[in-house]
Structures are given as C-alpha cells and as structure tokens.
Design a protein around this ligand. Structure first.
Ligand code: EPU
Length: 341
C-alpha cells in the first residue's frame, strides 16, 4: 500500500499537550514497507522527517516545516521459550497501555508497573520509559528500526541502545534518525511482582492485599498514577516535564544539610538523584498559572496546558522554574520531553 502525504495538517490531536501547530507535510504510516516512500518523499522535497508515536513526550513550539510521520505499525506476537520465559514482539505503533493489559490477558508478566504510561511501544525505548522501579530496558531484548539515513532495517540489542535514566542513543545521539518498527520483550509466565518502590506495598497493605494478582497490581498502578498525573485527554500535558536531577553524593549531602527535608534517592555509585517535583514544590510553583500555561496542582513536576497555551508559553514557564530552582539549590533541571522545532 503506498503512503498518502497531506499538506498543512494540524497536529492538535497528535500531541498530548494539545498544541495547535501544523505540519507542512504529514503521513500516517501503517506498515514498515512504506518507509521507503517516506525517505523518497523527504528527498524529493528536500525536507526533514519527524517521526512521532502518541505525541505524549513532545513540545511543539511552532509550526513545523517538516514531514511529520505518525507511526501506526501494529501487530503482536508471542513465542513461548524455556522455563516460563516468553518473547513478546509488538509493532512500534501499538499503544503502550493497551499492549501492557493485553500481555496480562495472555498470562504474561513483567510490564505491570509500566501500566498507564501514555504513548506507543515504538516511542517507549527512545526515552527508556520507567515507573515504580521498572524501566523498559529491564524487559527489552531487542528492537527493529528503520534507518532514515541509509534506508535499511536495523536490529538493536538492548545493550546497543545505550539506555540511561530517561535516555537512549535514539534520544541523545541520533535524534530523528531511526523509526522503531517493533520491540521484543522478554517476559515471563511466572508473576514476580515488584512492590518496593513509591509506596506500592503500603498501598496494597492499606487495601488488605497481601499477594496481589497481576491485574490487581496493574489496576493499583493506574489508580496511583491517576491521583498524581492529569489525563492528557482532559488536561494537556507530557507527564514529568523535567528529569529528576542526578548529582554527586557530596553535593546531595551538602544540600541535605541545608534542606533537611529534601527528598534524595540512591543512584549509580557516587551519585544521588533528587526529586525535581519536591524542589519545584518547595518554591511554591505547584498549581501556579501564567495564562494557560501552568504547573499541575497535584504534582509540581508536570506542566499543563489549561487550554490555549502554546509550546513557547510552556517552555517559557519551564525556563522560569529552572532559573528559580537553580538560584535556590544550584541544580539545573533538564527538560524531559523532546522540543520542536
Ligand atoms: N514530590 C513533592 N511534590 C510534588 C511532587 C513530588 O514533594 O509536587 C515528592 C514526593 O512526595 C516524593 C518525590 O517527590 O517524595 C517523588 O515524587 P513521585 O513519587 O511522585 O515521583 P517523581 O519523581 O515525581 C518519577 C517519574 C515518573 C514516574 C514516577 C513513579 C521522572 C522524571 N518521573 O516521578 O515518570 O511515574 O517517578 O515511578 O523520573 C514520566 O517520566 O513522565 C513520569 C511520570
């Protein structure tokens, strides 16, 4: 099937902030076979390509003079291995949360803690999505991607992807170069719940659940997320707007002396991670609004579009928050979503 290209298309429904910017050219990709059409079109029109998934980690600050391609490559496949290990492959355009719930329906476990994360399977490795003690890198075996530069299909093993906290080679080294067509996960028929993180075990206890069923755990994660994070359909947002900053243990210890309540987590050797939400909250930003750009009232790490904010308004607000946090704590917050143009 050949690909249809459209001109001057509004991206409002394709980004979770709901910014009403347009793409000069636009196409919806249904199959990996169509990727050579994308490459040819970009070459013929001398235009850059921007691949997007669910648009849930994007700040679109102005109209894009690009070819925007939405990945809708679908399909799921399960292959049982030995000792209860299961390999599950999903198309890059599958929506993440329905995919997680589908794995549970198949009696395949390992992704429960990543329930309700917005976006698509193909976008998930780009920022190494994570929640409640699990990151996609802990479950991924490999992925297939189309290389826009060479026009070839490439396979990356997990260790090739240079995964870090909310980062990968696709985000930091080669932004825009690859479209992830499918991802393969190593999951299990045996349920081994991870409950130690973010008060999950206490929440289960409070509900009188001592050993949760997989779906119960997924439901609880959804419930917890819904109390902290706005639903993009109701209030435009891109989840956490800043990364939790990783600093040296020495700097963290000094900060804790100055601010004894500061939330600090252990990180890789020699490093500590601070809760950016706590830093922003302490400075009184939670619930604040500048026009329609605001800080979510229940979680200071989330910036929201109350209606007519533009991406530029959100970036301006983010800049004020960064400056304020830096002034008070000497720590520079890094913006987490990808910003265009
Ligand atoms: N906190 C505050 N005030 C706030 C927000 C947080 O004091 O307004 C404190 C909390 O009380 C807690 C600490 O900061 O002590 C951490 O907060 P929380 O547990 O809500 O998690 P987070 O660090 O804000 C991270 C991820 C989320 C993920 C959760 C759970 C990042 C940037 N964010 O949030 O991921 O769901 O942990 O694992 O790492 C995302 O990436 O978009 C995202 C939502």
């Amino acid at each position: 099937m050949s690909l249809e290209f459209h001109e001057n298309v509004s991206l409002k429904q394709y980004n979770s902030f709901g910014f009403d910017v347009s793409a000069r050219f636009f196409a919806v990709l249904e199959s990996a076979d169509q990727l050579n059409d994308v490459r040819a079109f970009a070459h013929d029109n001398d235009i850059e390509v921007l691949f997007i998934g669910g648009g849930s980690n994007l700040v679109l600050a102005a109209d894009l003079d690009q070819l925007v391609v939405v990945n809708r490559i679908k399909g799921v496949q399960i292959v049982d291995g030995q000792n209860g290990e299961v390999l599950v492959t999903a198309g890059g355009g599958e929506e993440w949360h329905p995919f997680v719930r589908w794995t549970l329906e198949q009696g395949v476990y390992g992704l429960e803690n990543l329930s309700l994360i917005p976006g698509t399977v193909g976008a998930a490795p780009i920022q190494n999505i994570g929640a409640y003690g699990v990151e996609i890198k802990d479950r991924m075996v490999s992925l297939e991607a189309f290389d826009l530069e060479t026009g070839t299909q490439v396979c990356f093993d997990c260790c090739d992807c240079q995964f870090e906290y909310r980062d990968s080679l696709f985000k930091s080294r080669f932004p825009g170069r690859y479209l992830i067509t499918s991802v393969t996960f190593a999951l299990s028929r045996e349920f081994r719940p991870i409950l130690h993180y973010g008060g999950i075990s206490q929440q289960l206890e409070a509900r009188g659940i001592t050993s949760p069923e997989p779906v119960q755990l997924s439901d609880l994660i959804c419930e917890v997320r819904n109390t902290k994070l706005p639903q993009p359909g109701l209030l435009g947002n891109a989840g956490s707007f800043f990364k939790n900053p990783v600093i040296s243990v020495q700097q963290a210890e000094q900060l804790q002396k100055d601010f004894p309540q500061m939330v600090v987590f252990d990180d890789k050797p020699g490093c500590s991670k601070l809760a950016a939400g706590w830093l922003i909250d302490q400075l009184g930003w939670k619930g604040r609004r500048e026009g329609d750009a605001g800080v979510y009232e229940k979680q200071a790490l989330v910036l929201v579009n109350h209606g007519e904010a533009t991406g530029a308004d959100i970036i301006e607000l983010a800049g004020e928050i960064q400056a304020d946090v830096y002034k008070q704590y000497g720590v520079m917050l890094e913006i987490e979503p990808r910003c265009y143009p």
